[in-house]
Ligand binder design. Structure first.
Ligand code: HEC
Length: 168
């Protein structure tokens, strides 16, 4: 260790202890970032980094969907074709066919063997349900056999759901 390194280290330690570094390096950017603790139906506590992470805070679907792109959605749908058919043949692949899926009851394709989790879901695939499911399928319906990591970006999901809506 040379003395430059040592003095650098002590400056860093000083910065840390006074939490000066935060202000200097992150400045205003961090001021908006609040940690908000939420409780959901299962009494689980979730910590959201941003207000925008809070579902109850409500996403402005109207504007999200009014700006959605069908072509964008069609591209994203390529991530699903290995497992889902999209045309009116209603062909069952690894997953159930997605033709007309928007507003269809979940687990309603009779020749597909759904997981128990999806059978028990008992909801219709509204825009909103699809929006949450496709963000992280395994988190939204625990026990689903759909192995797909999810789509993080709300606008990607709106594009994809708009594309799904066009399939009827
Ligand atoms: C690796 C295969 C795989 C991929 C990739 C995949 N899925 Fe699925 N999907 C499945 C399976 C399997 C099921 C049935 C899940 C169950 O029974 O739990 C399913 C179920 C669904 C359902 C419920 C349908 C119903 O009839 O209730 C929707 C909606 C859906 N997937 C949409 C998508 C979309 C949109 C994509 C692409 C972004 C996608 N999936 C990607 C395998 C996949």
């Amino acid at each position: 260790m040379n003395k430059y390194f040592l003095s650098l280290m002590s400056i860093l330690i000083l910065f840390q202890s006074f939490k000066v570094s935060d202000e200097i390096f992150n400045g205003q950017k961090d001021q908006k970032k609040g940690y908000i603790v939420l409780e959901n139906d299962d009494d689980e506590v979730t910590v959201a980094e941003n207000k925008s992470d809070i579902k109850e805070e409500k996403i402005d679907y109207q504007s999200l969907f009014s700006q959605a792109s069908l072509e964008g959605g069609e591209k994203i749908a390529k991530q699903c074709v290995a497992c889902h058919s999209f045309d009116n043949s209603l062909k069952v692949k690894v997953g159930p066919p997605l033709w007309g899926v928007v507003n269809r009851s979940a687990a309603s394709i009779s020749d597909f063997k759904y997981s128990e989790a999806l059978v028990n879901f008992k909801k219709a695939w509204s825009r909103e349900e699809l929006f949450y499911f496709l963000e992280k399928p395994k988190d939204y319906i625990k026990g689903t056999k759909m192995i797909y990591k999810g789509l993080k970006k709300p606008s990607d999901r709106a594009d994809l759901i708009s594309y799904l809506e066009s399939l009827k």
